[in-house]
Design a protein. Structure first.
Length: 175
């Protein structure tokens, strides 16, 4: 919400069958700074965690994403997934990302991934050559980038449309 934000999540999956899913979008402009730290500890068998965050930064903003999944010793059938994808709209913006896995068990399905990049200039050029103004092309591509998070939500189409409208306003304010 403000220019400096820090979010800390400490999740303990202590019971068989426990599940945690965290989806998030962070958008930064100006000199905003946002820290997102997530710790998921799997203390029981048959537990699942799924973390999926997307970040968009412009101007001189700075984002940090750190997620760690810890799988305790002696448990089995654990699934821990982490994904963090980020988009820099200006070269002066930065996002640092560090997904981590700490695994002390053999019977697991675990994955983590992170990306930081810019919009595809070829896609922007293509859209502009079809008469779409640059700012609109950037907005459309950025909306498409973060839409995955909304698609992961178990919400009605009207709720999704309302969130997409709010998201579009946020993206417009980034430019």
């Amino acid at each position: 919400q403000g220019d400096l934000n820090r979010y800390d999540f400490d999740i303990q999956l202590n019971d068989k069958g426990a599940m945690a899913r965290l989806d998030g979008i962070f958008m930064l402009k100006g000199k905003m700074h946002s820290d997102n730290h997530i710790m998921v500890t799997h203390n029981a068998s048959y537990t699942t965690s799924d973390v999926c965050f997307k970040g968009v930064a412009t101007d001189k903003s700075n984002g940090i994403f750190n997620a760690k999944a810890l799988v305790s010793k002696g448990i089995h059938a654990v699934k821990a997934l982490q994904s963090n994808k980020n988009l820099l709209l200006k070269k002066t913006a930065q996002i640092n990302t560090k997904p981590e896995l700490e695994i002390y068990s053999d019977d697991v399905i675990c994955s983590h991934g992170a990306t930081v990049g810019q919009l595809d200039t070829t896609a922007i050029f293509y859209m502009e050559s079809r008469g779409i103004p640059h700012a609109v092309a950037v907005q459309m591509l950025t909306e498409g980038f973060v839409l995955e998070i909304l698609d992961r939500q178990n919400i009605s189409e009207s709720e999704k449309a309302s969130l997409l409208e709010q998201l579009s306003l946020s993206i417009t304010n980034l430019a």
